[in-house]
Design a protein around this ligand. Structure first.
Ligand SMILES: Nc1ncnc2c1ncn2[C@@H]1O[C@H](COP(=O)(O)OP(=O)(O)OP(=O)(O)O)[C@@H](O)[C@H]1O
Length: 245
């Protein structure tokens, strides 16, 4: 996007390097990788196994500190704020969707979605009404009282998306969010993430599946921890007509 106002830049990663020390070995998982994602934009990250995709996502979400380089979320430079502010940023600004959903089995769908707001000190009434709205957005209004083990895999995943977006998070990070879901349900999950981007969130999704990446505005390719290529996605429709991604 060329006409973006400065506060539209939700994620900025500049020359980020991450090395893991594992006994006598040092692994460079990310090697001076840079990435910028604006509000309303969906970016897919692709690359072979071990290329650094999950590491990049964890650093973007302030779950992991880089060895060097700079990361800013909503204008806040992560290396310059304390642990309490980092935790606040994670709770208020960043939503995560993981492959295993991470839903708490003893809480209903509604309680799972309300949890981040509860943790953030919202009143119970506010948390529940926002959670109800987020569940309605993903088409699960009727399943609010169901427990995770009463839901299908696709429904659980949509609860996870509702929880990641509740409270109007500005940065949505999804690591292989379709996991073992069948292809129809997987597409529905990607469509849900696309809608969140269209609502103004910045969305970053790690995927191995080119059909899923086609929902993004851009595809960023990682190889050996480096950003090696970037393309504009051509949209899921092009796949139907046989176009390349
Ligand atoms: N905690 C860790 N300790 C040591 N090495 C690690 C650690 N986490 C990741 N690595 C290594 O860093 C590199 C990048 O890992 P990462 O999980 O980010 O890749 P990925 O692209 O997400 O892989 P996959 O597609 O298999 O999930 C790999 O070589 C991996 O073995």
């Amino acid at each position: 996007m060329s006409t973006v106002s400065p506060d539209a830049r939700v994620l900025e990663m500049h020359a980020v390097t991450k090395t893991y020390v594992d006994g006598a070995n040092t692994v460079t998982a990310l090697d001076a990788a840079s990435l910028a994602v604006d509000a309303g934009e969906m970016v897919a990250i692709m690359g072979t196994s071990g290329s650094g995709k999950s590491t990049l996502l964890a650093i973007a979400g302030a779950l992991l500190a880089p060895t060097s380089g700079e990361v800013a979320v909503c204008g806040e430079v992560l290396g310059q704020i304390g642990v309490r502010d980092l935790a606040r940023l994670r709770r208020q600004r960043i939503g995560f969707v993981f492959q295993d959903f991470n839903l708490l089995p003893t809480l209903t769908a509604l309680e799972n979605v309300a949890l981040p707001l509860d943790l953030d000190g919202a009143s119970s009434a506010t948390a529940r009404s926002e959670a109800r709205r987020a569940l309605a957005v993903v088409g699960l209004r009727e399943r609010a009282r169901s427990f995770p083990d009463e839901l299908s895999g696709g429904e659980r995943q949509r609860v996870a998306i509702a929880r990641a977006t509740v409270g109007r998070r500005r940065l949505l990070l999804a690591d292989e969010p379709t996991g073992a879901l069948d292809s129809v349900t997987g597409e529905a999950v990607l469509r849900g993430l696309r809608e969140r981007a269209d609502d103004g969130a910045a969305v970053v999704v790690v995927t191995h599946d080119a059909r899923h990446a086609a929902w993004a505005d851009r595809i960023v390719y990682l190889s050996d921890g480096q950003v090696v290529d970037e393309t504009r996605a051509s949209g899921p429709e092009s796949l139907l007509s046989g176009g390349a991604v």
